[in-house]
Design a protein around this ligand. Structure first.
Ligand SMILES: Cc1cc2nc3c(=O)[nH]c(=O)nc-3n(C[C@H](O)[C@H](O)[C@H](O)COP(=O)(O)OP(=O)(O)OC[C@H]3O[C@@H](n4cnc5c(N)ncnc54)[C@H](O)[C@@H]3O)c2cc1C
Length: 479
């Protein structure tokens, strides 16, 4: 059989890979490139929850997080930019640690322009109300909470989907090969150098006997996102690829009335509040705020159901949702953040019969679970209909739970009504990152020819920086 051979294979087709491919086209790259994803083309990706009312755990993979444009396709599409005067990056990841702050800013400018060229809204949120934001920052500071405000370009879920479809068409037309519904099971490494990948049809994800094919390449770029963090950790262990201990972000999705969040939504669209509440003083932060948005659920390996949130440009609810996350590091003797996060999710999923669990804040204060009839009569109506009322404090550890509750109480002094008893907590919301890959300034790992970019390797944490990392990767490989 003839050996299939490419110059570059990219594993995963999330925003980092989409922008990698785009930039290769722009640079007139002569490289023969193959991109592989275990999910579908973006136009074939649908989440049936709107029809079924509950998550049916699509097989072989969840459509929310897999396929062209990865987790970006159904995301809220909030593109986090930066303040020119800031000397560091507080949002979106660590790309600047690899290429420097100044270069990261220029990469973001370039990437933002590409998003605009493909139809992103020209309007920027978070730049009009400087004075009001400063007042809010001072108020937050009094409670020991830092408020980060940066400009945001909001695509909206429906727009994100169609924008990525245009990018998919653009790169396909330019001759970049794309292989869908194909899972990369392993990377071929010989004498410390990458040789290619092993793949199988996604249909056979659970069949260990299924036929595996080898595809060869001089360079392999891993861009598997948070979805692939577990896979990547195992890969690093199996091949002795250098990593450093990573973190896991564990928390909940919080849903409260738009009215309570009115000023934050109006002034910033998304306010990033960071606290260090007593007694643990762990970093607790708000993340991915969705004014008039919807809470959603997504399914990861082994049917693990996690909560998330998004908002549309046109369709609106009357609630705002946001994540409240606590970053956890582990040292000795336990240093497996992914396993820790998975165990929290497993326990909570079991309590919810395989679903996300929802609980009223007031019930947590009263030390009781939430019942369906209480939820039915609650003033904050849940936007995720498939969430099962219960008690999330059974599964989220004392430390994380105390961090979250104490943070909510402190936030109430900054935003009145933030700790109202009818506000809803959904769990688990967990952000997995593989143990961070050790990469040099060219994003190359300890294996020659094996590169990584985007969220999965711990480099980025959001759409804009993931996309910008793809642009930089293309420039590196086409030098
Ligand atoms: C509901 C939701 C809302 C979000 N909202 C926002 C937002 O508003 N703003 C923001 O900045 N960020 C948001 N995010 C996060 C954002 O989507 C990610 O940061 C971004 O998509 C990361 O891009 P990536 O290319 O690194 O990986 P991903 O987008 O995760 O893509 C990875 C791809 O790799 C594929 N893959 C994984 N393993 C394998 C394998 N073994 N073989 C083949 N393919 C594989 C997956 O199928 C997937 O398509 C949201 C995420 C979700 C889920």
């Amino acid at each position: 059989m003839e050996k299939k051979k490419y110059d570059v294979i990219v594993v995963g087709m999330g925003p980092s890979s989409a922008f990698f491919a785009y930039e290769c086209v722009k640079l007139n790259s002569k490289k023969k490139i193959l991109m592989i994803d275990q999910g579908k083309r973006v136009e074939d990706r649908n989440c049936p929850i709107e029809k079924t009312g509950k998550c049916i755990k699509c097989k072989p993979f969840c459509n929310i997080t897999n396929g062209f444009s990865g987790a970006g396709a159904f995301s809220d599409g909030k593109l986090s930019l930066y303040n020119e005067e800031d000397e560091d990056f507080y949002v979106g990841g660590n790309l600047h640690k690899y290429v420097g702050v100044e270069k990261t800013k220029r990469l973001i400018d370039y990437t933002d322009q590409v998003y605009l060229d493909f139809g992103a809204d020209k309007h920027l949120e978070g730049i009009e109300y400087k004075e009001e934001v400063d007042k809010l920052k001072k108020k937050a500071k009094k409670q020991g909470i830092e408020l980060i405000s940066i400009p945001i370009r909001h695509l909206g879920t429906e727009k994100a989907h169609s924008l990525y479809k245009k990018i998919e068409e653009y790169i396909e037309k330019a001759g970049i090969e794309m292989l869908f519904s194909t899972m990369v099971t392993d990377v071929i490494i010989e004498n410390g150098k990458v040789k290619g990948v092993k793949v199988k049809d996604s249909k056979f994800v659970e069949d260990e006997e299924a036929e595996v094919q080898e595809i060869y390449a001089d360079e392999v770029v891993i861009a598997v996102g948070r979805k692939g963090a577990n896979w990547l950790s195992d890969l690093c262990k199996d091949h002795d690829i250098k990593t450093r201990p990573g973190i896991v972000d564990i928390g909940i999705r919080y849903e409260l009335p738009d009215k309570v969040m009115e000023k934050v939504n109006k002034y910033m669209y998304e306010g990033k509040f960071i606290g260090r509440p007593y007694p643990f003083k762990d970093k607790v932060r708000t993340f991915c705020q969705n004014p008039s948005g919807f809470v959603s659920s997504e399914v990861y390996d082994h049917d693990m159901a996690l909560v998330n949130g998004h908002s549309y440009k046109e369709k609106k609810s009357t609630n705002t949702n946001l994540a409240i996350l606590v970053s956890h590091h582990f040292t000795v003797p336990f240093h497996n953040p992914i396993l820790y996060g998975r165990n929290v999710a497993k326990n909570l999923n079991e309590l919810g019969d395989g679903n996300v669990v929802v609980q009223r804040l007031g019930d947590i204060f009263r030390g009781k679970r939430t019942w369906q009839d209480e939820l039915d009569n609650n003033s904050v109506v849940p936007t995720l209909k498939s969430a099962v009322p219960g008690d999330i404090t059974f599964a989220i550890g004392y430390r994380t739970m105390s961090d979250i509750i104490n943070f909510i109480c402190e936030m109430d002094k900054v935003v009145e009504g933030f700790a109202s008893p009818d506000n809803l907590l959904y769990g688990p919301e967990i952000k997995f990152y593989s143990n961070e890959l050790v990469l040099d300034e060219n994003f190359e790992s300890s294996v020659k020819g094996l590169y990584a970019m985007g969220d999965g390797c711990g480099m980025t944490r959001g759409l804009m920086m993931a996309s910008a990392s793809g642009v930089q990767m293309a420039r590196i490989l086409n030098k």
